[in-house]
Design a binder for this molecule. Structure first.
Ligand SMILES: O=C(O)CCC(=O)C(=O)O
Ligand SMILES: [Fe+2]
Length: 339
């Protein structure tokens, strides 16, 4: 079934099922066991996955399954509310990047119509004096358990992300803390996603659930509910279906990490297609935890990642500037969608 697809031209042809040699499953149990051989093995697996494909499934990274189930239940409740309720919590600016994003508002592939999805973006709550510069979450006042569940999910995701980031530091032989100590600030985004049913006559030409894109930050931790729908582009340009696997999260590296590592770790294109390529009468839910370094972190070629001649591909940039630029590109359609 393997075929060569030009991603730009073939929006609707479904991908083929991914092979585990292509997106491997990395079991973190040996990494956390304290056994040096086990640790080395996991680090090597992470290194291979992120250099070769930029995606991996991760198991046993300490994320509580019950919390994932609770969060899916809470977001199902939220997205079932009427449009007016959700719109009162609307996402307002790329700078704040918090709140409800309605259908068609974001186009992850800016050359395409807006994505057939709705989202709710949240982040860490400001502590003390940080409130002066940290954007506020836009929680619904009548559902305190949504806030509590989502904030718990945020904390558990950050803890899991730090374990993965520490393995990545070891894979690159860079100073411990280079990644783990720069991801504590308020730059991470926890995004709840709902892809509603798509009626047969619904989509515009080339409109899918999430257009082909790369992620903006350092790593993304994704939980899919049910059947999946995520597709990952391999080096040959083929779309591979990456279904939900029990007890595993999908991890991928984003543009910021690719830039930081001078392209050693890949930021790989992906999208969410329609299950049968045309329409669907089922909803899909997913949760993405987008990790980004603190906004003032300078992203420049890490030691050991230089090209053979010692040079770097990219000039230095701050993480905040880089992420804001990418957000702005994908929200170019928002004024159109509101009309
Ligand atoms: O919903 C998904 O499975 C992936 C969404 C995604 O790639 C994104 O929002 O960046
Ligand atoms: Fe993505």
């Amino acid at each position: 079934m393997s075929r060569s697809i030009s991603p730009a031209d073939d929006m609707h042809a479904p991908g083929r099922k991914v092979g585990l040699d292509e997106v491997p499953i990395v079991d973190f149990a040996p990494y956390l066991s304290g056994d040096p051989d086990g640790e080395r093995r996991v680090v090597a697996e992470v290194d291979h996955a992120l250099r070769e494909i930029g995606f991996m499934y991760v198991r046993n990274v300490g994320f509580p399954a019950a919390l994932r189930d609770d969060t899916f239940a809470a977001m199902r409740r939220f997205f079932a509310r009427d449009a007016g309720y959700k719109q009162r919590l609307a996402w307002l600016t790329p700078e704040s990047n918090r709140g409800y994003v309605g259908p068609g508002v974001q186009a992850l592939d800016p050359r395409r119509p807006g994505d057939l999805k709705e989202a709710f973006d949240t982040g860490a709550e400001a502590q003390g004096a940080d409130a002066a510069h940290v954007p506020s979450n836009r929680w619904p006042a009548d559902d305190p358990s949504l806030r509590a569940t989502v904030l718990a999910y945020y904390e558990a995701s950050l803890a899991a992300a730090k374990i993965i980031l520490s393995a990545m530091e070891r894979a690159l032989s860079i100073a411990p803390g280079t990644f783990t100590a720069t991801h504590d600030a308020y730059a991470n985004t926890l995004r709840l996603l709902h892809y509603p049913p798509v009626p047969h006559a619904g989509p515009q030409e080339n409109q899918i659930r999430a257009g082909a894109h790369t992620d903006f930050g350092s790593i993304t931790l994704l939980s899919q509910h049910g059947e999946g729908g995520l597709e990952v582009r391999n080096k040959r340009g083929e779309w591979l279906m990456a279904p939900a696997i029990n007890d595993a999260m999908i991890i991928n590296t984003g543009d910021c990490m690719q830039r930081w590592t001078n392209n050693v770790f890949r930021s790989t294109g992906h999208r969410v297609a329609l299950p049968n390529g045309v329409d669907t009468n089922t909803s899909r839910y997913s949760i993405a935890f987008f990790c980004s370094p603190a906004a003032d972190t300078t992203i420049e070629c890490l030691p050991g990642c230089e090209r053979a001649d010692g040079s770097a591909i990219y000039p230095p940039i701050t993480a905040g500037k880089h992420i804001l630029k990418r957000l702005n590109e994908t929200y170019g359609t928002r004024d159109k969608a509101r009309k």
